[in-house]
Design a protein around this ligand. Structure first.
Ligand SMILES: C=C1C[C@]23C[C@@]1(O)CC[C@H]2[C@@]12CC[C@H](O)[C@@](C)(C(=O)O1)[C@H]2[C@@H]3C(=O)O
Ligand SMILES: O=C(O)CCC(=O)C(=O)O
Ligand SMILES: [Fe+2]
Length: 322
């Protein structure tokens, strides 16, 4: 296997946040985030939706309950074969094995330049705007995955929306392949400590995130005010609720904080698909009186990025959206 051509971890940290290495070496590396328990996320078999009315209703109820009580769930039999996921994983590994300056400077996979980023101490390759560029046939593995994961996201979003407001068409009208993003992440091994954030605690600003994490795991979420580790299920895709669904559902569906800790010895890969609305879609609670004022995804993303720059943290819905 080619040598992993990445800057040494210390340089990597300095590049990102200066004192990262000091925090880590002084042992203050976020002990409070180190989860003690590991739990299974609520598990739902999506194929049940296509079975008889009874199973279908039960499956939809489980999805909606998890969206309210956990903000996270895991789906199996969701129609995305493990073959596509493993083919995508090998393409992802090949991409990240490219020499560092090639990833940082050249256009990879004819993605817009700047698609390769060091984000929150991970290296992320964002493939944006799947729906815009004309597909070339035969479909690349990335496009094949994106088409299926978009359809799945739409199905879940529709189940969640219909549960609250009948035959709501909000998601189908405002969430399109061109408004969604696929991000492939690589988390380098962190030799200095096992308590360093691969991605800092955050809440996703989209409607839904659909996530495949590899066998390294180390995803943690907040449950009942405590950090817990998410038990691995390589056959499942993880779905988590974003801020937009929390606002649209008037707080009935919850978007919860989550983080990833780097592994001390091995690299970790994940694939995240952000099911977002069109930038100008107005997110308005499905019923009055609403907890949150209406806003557009564009406005919200801009606010989140400004807050993250000025405060170092995303403030999210609590900031003047109430
Ligand atoms: C988890 C997230 C990363 C993201 C903001 C979000 O909460 C959900 C949308 C994500 C996305 C996707 C496209 C762009 O790469 C991005 C910068 C954006 O505007 O929305 C990322 C956000 C991010 O990386 O912060
Ligand atoms: O890589 C993961 O497992 C989670 C990534 C994530 O939370 C994100 O990109 O928003
Ligand atoms: Fe996230």
């Amino acid at each position: 296997m080619d040598e992993i051509v990445e800057p040494p971890f210390k340089e990597f940290c300095k590049h990102l946040s200066g004192n990262c290495v000091d925090e880590v070496e002084s042992g203050t590396a976020f002990q409070k985030f180190f989860a003690v328990d590991e739990l299974d996320l609520p598990l739902v078999g999506l194929n049940l939706v296509n079975l008889g009315p009874l199973e279908s209703e039960e499956c939809k109820r489980q999805i909606c309950d998890a969206a309210s009580n956990w903000g996270f769930l895991q789906l199996v039999n969701q129609g995305i074969s493990l073959d596509i996921v493993s083919r995508l994983r090998s393409e992802q590994v090949k991409l990240f094995r490219q020499p560092f300056n090639k990833k940082a400077n050249e256009k990879l996979l004819n993605l817009p330049s700047g698609s390769y980023r060091w984000e929150h101490k991970l290296q992320a390759l964002s493939c944006n705007f799947h729906g815009l560029k004309p597909f070339t046939y035969p479909l690349s593995t990335i496009d094949e995955f994106a088409v299926k994961v978009f359809e799945m996201g739409q199905q879940i979003a529709q189940i969640l929306a219909e549960n609250l407001s009948g035959k709501s068409t909000f998601c189908s009208e405002n969430c399109l392949p061109s408004s969604c993003f696929l991000r492939m992440n690589r988390y380098p091994p962190c030799l200095v400590s096992s308590n360093v954030f691969g991605i800092v605690p955050h809440i996703d600003s989209d409607f839904l995130t659909i996530l495949h994490q590899d066998e390294v795991g180390r995803l943690q979420i907040i449950k009942d005010g405590k950090w817990i580790g998410v038990k691995l299920n390589p056959e499942a895709l993880i779905i988590n609720i974003g801020n937009l669904f929390q606002a649209w559902s008037n707080g009935i569906y919850n978007s919860v904080e989550h983080l990833v800790l780097n592994h001390q010895k091995v690299e970790r890969f994940s694939i995240a698909y952000f099911f977002c609305s069109l930038a100008d879609a107005v997110i308005q609670s499905y019923r009055e009186p609403s907890i949150y004022r209406s806003f557009s995804f564009r406005e919200y993303q801009k606010q989140v990025q400004e807050d993250a720059k000025s405060t170092g943290n995303k403030v999210g819905l609590s900031r003047s959206y109430r």
